[in-house]
Design a protein around this ligand. Structure first.
Ligand code: ADP
Ligand code: F6P
Length: 326
């Protein structure tokens, strides 16, 4: 009987998930392992909803957004009785290890699971927010910022033509990585992120000073974790117009377009590297670990490194955004 591993995607989706699944399946097959894919993350593990995956089955998915295994947020996995059912489902098929493509939450669940039951769990980090602690990079981030840049450049055209002030809200419920890198890439006048608070009077000051220097359009990139663009633009408009005629402040919310789409070349390559590394590292005898990208190298770290701590964008990068808006 051949050896068998399982894979699932869990939590919010991100471009590049299919490329990770493909890499894990192909590498496993290359080394003689069978692969089973559980559907809808931990939900499929509890409900024993799975499909067999071979190299041929993952053909054509490298460049596809979303996850063909589907994903979910499954509250039952927080309860021991359901994690036990999940374990029994894995054992029924003699599955020897579980590969979880997820973020902080999924890794927390995976860690508990690995402590309670005799099954190695391997985490592969994904999230467009790039906020998983313990790794410099998470699959999907590059695609998301490129999508945001493309959309904001269109908004910038109309902002310039009408000499307006525009607030664009990007994703990042708790984190500012998307806002910061997108803001630098589009040359935003202000980048507002939860990690480095920037008071309203500073935003007003920045715009007034830029106007004095002759600038006549302004672009603010706002992380959703700071405020809702609809409310923020009203407050900003009221405050600014105390200092002159700045007109209306318009806003756009980019929303879920940032989560979808064909993964960028970078995400395809990183997904492939993460997937191949995960399987090889497991076959080399490492058990409960997450794949990490650090200072340009792919390495493994204990799963528990990834949660309970906040990963912040570097202050240096935040300063870059604030120097280049001068
Ligand atoms: P992400 O992995 O993208 O951060 P979530 O935080 O939504 O996504 O977590 C995905 C799933 O992981 C949850 O729906 C749940 O099934 C599982 N999970 C999250 N936290 C825990 C936990 N503390 N214990 C057990 N399972 C958890
Ligand atoms: O994937 C991360 C993220 O996009 C956050 O930035 C956002 O707040 C959240 O997911 C929204 O996801 P959902 O609506 O699926 O809960």
């Amino acid at each position: 009987m051949s050896r068998k591993i399982a894979i699932l995607t869990s939590g919010g989706d991100a471009p590049g998930l299919n490329a990770v699944i493909r890499a894990v399946v192909r590498t496993a097959n290359f080394y003689g392992l069978e692969v089973v894919g559980f559907k809808r993350g931990y939900r499929g593990l509890i409900d024993n909803d799975f499909i067999s995956l071979s190299s041929n089955d993952v053909s054509g998915f490298l460049n596809k957004g979303g996850t063909f295994l589907l994903t979910s947020r499954e509250p039952r996995f927080n309860e021991y009785q359901y994690r036990k059912i999940a374990y029994e489902n894995l054992k029924k098929q003699n599955i020897e290890a579980l590969f979880v493509v997820g973020g902080n939450g999924s890794f927390q669940g995976a860690f508990k699971f690995s402590k309670e039951f005799d099954i190695p769990v391997i985490g592969i980090p994904k999230t467009i927010d790039n906020d998983t602690y313990g790794t410099d990079y998470t699959i999907g981030f590059d695609t998301a910022i490129n999508t945001a840049v493309e959309a904001i450049e269109k908004i910038k055209d109309t902002t310039m033509s009408h000499e307006r002030i525009f607030v664009v809200e990007v994703m990042g419920r708790k984190s500012g990585f998307i806002a910061l890198e997108t803001g630098i890439a589009v040359g935003a006048d202000c980048v507002l992120i939860p990690e480095y608070p920037h008071p309203l009077h500073k935003v007003v000051e920045t715009i007034i000073n830029a106007k004095k220097r002759g600038k006549n359009f302004f672009l603010i990139v706002l992380a959703e974790g700071v405020a809702k663009a609809q409310e923020f633009s009203k407050v900003l408009e009221k405050e600014l117009n105390k200092y002159g005629d700045f007109g209306e402040v318009r806003y756009s919310v980019l929303g879920y377009i940032q989560r979808g789409g064909s993964p960028s070349a970078y995400d395809r390559v990183m997904a492939s590297r993460f997937g191949v590394f995960a399987v090889k590292e497991y076959l080399n005898g490492n058990k409960n670990f997450m794949v990490s990208f650090e200072k340009g190298n792919i390495l493994s770290k204990p799963l528990e490194v990834s949660f309970g701590k906040i990963k912040k964008p570097s202050l240096e990068e935040f300063e870059i955004a604030n120097i280049l808006n001068y």
